[in-house]
Ligand binder design. Sequence first.
Ligand SMILES: Nc1ncnc2c1ncn2[C@@H]1O[C@H](COP(=O)(O)OP(=O)(O)OP(=O)(O)O)[C@@H](O)[C@H]1O
Ligand SMILES: [Mg+2]
Length: 465
Amino acid sequence: MDVLGRQEILAIADDLFASHTGKHFNDLQKKILLRTLEGKTYLDIANETHHTEKYIKETGGKLWKSLSKALGEKVNKSNIRATIERFHNSLSKSNIIQSFQIHNSNIWQDYGTHNNDAHLNNNHQASNASYYEDLSDVPVYENFYGREKELNFLEQKIITENYRLISILGINGIGKTALTVQLINKIKHHFNYVIYKSLSSSPTCTELHNKIFQFIGNSKKQFNNVSLSSYLRQYRCLIILDDLEFLFASENYAGTYKDGYKDYDLFFKTIANNHHQSCVILLSSQNNRQIELLETSNSSSFSLLLTGLGTKTKQILHQNNLQQEEHWDKLISIYNGHPLYLEITAKLIQYLFLGKVLVFLNEEESFLHNDIVILIQETLKILSPSETRLIEYLAQQSNPLSIPEIKNKTSLSTSVIINGIQSLKRRFLLETEAKNDHVRFQVIPLIKQYIKSIQSTSNKQTNDE
Ligand SMILES: Nc1ncnc2c1ncn2[C@@H]1O[C@H](COP(=O)(O)OP(=O)(O)OP(=O)(O)O)[C@@H](O)[C@H]1O
Ligand SMILES: [Mg+2]
């Protein structure tokens, strides 16, 4: 006995087709599918629709091809019913199929009365049945400035070019989450499901999967036997995973998973490699090997490295009522346009110097005030021992150095230097300069100043003793 009626199969196939092509079936495609389910031949359909048999065969072939891509398995004239029923069964353990059918029958009732593309978009925006969000963990930011280029670029990659795995990277406090909050508001109406999760409680990959499935499937059941890809293919989901660095071990090379977390690699690989219409965004202050690898080997994955906000940070200074505007550029350049550093420094200048930027700048090493030092120490305390040795050495140098130059001047082995530099780069603590056939490295300015200042304090103490 057939599990699904013809109209149901048609509705599911149409949703899959729309998920893959962005368009619903036209009348001819609808007829080809229905008549095929009734056991009619291409010639029968050609006679009924007044097209040639060749044209019907070609149109049918394209239809099966699109459905094959959407389902991730080969679909043809003879297995269409069985394939759709199998797909239906794979999801039927969860409530998702209910909302899918409701959602789908709405589409189907409206079908034919709308322009297909417009209908699809309106459906995302207007129908409660087709849009769900779990943004309860999203932090609130009162102000947001600049980053227009980054926002437009990300929107283009996600919405127009359908990139599936995107990493937004950068040192702590550079504005990854703030940017992503803006991005979510800009693009969320293109999706059926939008979920934001911070990984700061270090969930295992299975725990995270269950959370995502509970949201998308609206059920408390375990979903081990249901493939995530089916959901991501059937629904357009936007999944944002913030604070990825909480999965990585400290005092180890950057991006090294804690014990028991390695299966995240497979998860990210699946997201990047499988065909689906969803997007996962990772936010991290450390890059890792798998993310780098996918970025170079997979055309649907890329990373965006965030740097300072530049002169846009003037608005942060304005907002804190700072004075002596002619000295703001100097302040911004000391902190390299880092929004968090500038925000907390602006508050300090307001409290202790009545907003007078020049008075603050005239104080010796005032820019390394305690609130900044705490943030820098947090960044440095998780380095591996060989990274610590390297960064302390590099911070003392007035010019950038290449790997052979470091090797000549220190007792460090080539492998310690290479691994250490790679790891420090994955934490965005080194700047690179490529010149005269050599790549040279130096520590980013503020961290360099900090390391030099603690080294000179400890030298002074040794001399005084
Ligand atoms: N574009 C911006 N405009 C105004 N303020 C910003 C902007 N970007 C970041 N900030 C401010 O800088 C601070 C740090 O930003 P955010 O939390 O986004 O950094 P992050 O890179 O996510 O840091 P972490 O790595 O610690 O998660 C916030 O207080 C935020 O208000
Ligand atoms: Mg953040």
